[in-house]
Design a binder for this molecule. Structure first.
Ligand SMILES: [Zn+2]
Ligand SMILES: [Zn+2]
Length: 358
């Protein structure tokens, strides 16, 4: 903030330029808020694997990155500076995080499931089509925001608001399908990166036996640090399916796939027991396919989960605080955004990477 306590008029932002598919650190205006918005001073924003979709072709019906440059980032947290006149339940100084869909109605049947599919057809994703959070000041719809519990660390909380919420909702959706004492129930976590390292923490908080599967040694190290009971790298261990069947008896009771890899999805049923749960969470750029026989004969129960709604986000925050769930974040400066992006492209990171603002 400027020395007189007033907001500055300009700020730096990491912006995606659709014209050449590159990122620039630009100087842009500090936004002024609408009546249904909160002005937040961002403390931390983090990079999600889906941010890489901006740089790749996709056929999942997402229209990403056309038109003017916009600020990247859809995972952030910070402190409220101004509260719009229509916003309910927030005050200046509250520490908040939030979900990224705007221009939806928050009211229709579709919004009750996921507001990306709002019946108005107007939904936009901050950080994907309009300005996101790799900037110091941002406008947030009050309906998307949730207060961060007292005592929860703000600096490391940004990943909760996409990766954490998604991992939590996946674990909750999986749990709803499972019976028995968690200590006797095996859940495979496929993809132990940003989402997976949090998914493992949520599963362990419930007491499940966790089998971490990833092609990256760094991700498996992180999975181990977060308490995974068994670790497998299918690239290095051709017998991993056989070994998992030996450990679990009949196969895992559930497998949560956090990857964006079609081959990883194709091989997921191999580690699942009869009538086990296959939780579709990560979104590959290409369609995934399962055997109709496997689905119809209930060999696998295919379910889905995502970052969800604000009421689910509040549950996630409460649970995360109570159980000491903590994202592992490597912090970068905004100026080093490209370096952070390159590291994610190369898959050489553990947990999450993000920018910590002043
Ligand atoms: Zn995300
Ligand atoms: Zn709606």
């Amino acid at each position: 903030m400027a020395s007189n306590g007033e907001l500055p008029s300009k700020q730096k932002a990491a912006q995606f330029h659709p014209s050449d598919q590159s990122v620039h650190i630009n100087e842009i205006p500090v936004p002024s808020i609408k009546p249904d918005e909160l002005l937040v001073k961002v403390r931390a924003a983090s990079l999600c694997h889906s941010d890489l979709m901006l740089f790749e072709p996709n056929d999942q019906g997402l229209n990403l990155g056309s038109g003017d440059p916009f600020t990247m980032g859809h995972e952030g947290c910070g402190t409220i500076l101004e509260v719009g006149s229509e916003a309910k339940g927030f005050k200046k100084g509250d520490r908040v995080g939030w979900l990224p869909i705007i221009d939806c109605c928050f009211e229709c049947d579709a919004c009750q499931v996921h507001n990306l599919y709002c019946e108005t057809g107007q939904s936009k994703v901050q950080g994907m089509t309009v300005d996101g959070y790799f900037q110091t000041y941002c406008a947030v719809k009050w309906q998307n925001a949730a207060i961060i519990p007292d005592g929860m660390d703000l600096d490391s909380s940004a990943p909760i608001f996409c990766a954490g919420a998604t991992a939590f909702n996946s674990v909750e959706a999986t749990r709803a399908e499972l019976k028995g004492d968690p200590k006797d129930v095996y859940v495979a976590v496929i993809g132990c990166g940003g989402l997976g390292h949090l998914g493992i923490q949520y599963l362990k908080a419930y007491g499940y036996k966790v089998i971490g599967i990833d092609l990256s040694p760094e991700a498996l190290e992180e999975a181990k640090a977060q308490g995974a009971d068994y670790l497998f790298n299918p690239k290095e261990d051709k017998d991993y399916v056989k070994k998992i069947l030996e450990i679990t008896g009949k196969g895992c009771h559930a497998a949560i796939n956090f990857t964006n890899s079609v081959p990883a999805y194709s091989s997921t049923p191999d580690v699942i027991r009869y009538n086990g749960v296959l939780m579709v969470t990560g979104i590959p750029q290409k369609p995934i396919s399962f055997s109709g026989m496997d689905v119809s004969m209930l060999r696998i129960r295919v379910r889905g989960a995502n970052n969800g709604r604000t009421d689910q986000l509040r549950n996630c925050l409460e649970f995360s605080h109570k159980h000491g769930i903590k994202p592992h974040v490597t912090q970068f400066k905004l100026e080093d955004f490209q370096k952070m992006l390159d590291t994610m492209h190369a898959g050489q990171h553990k947990g999450r990477m993000g920018v910590l603002f002043e």
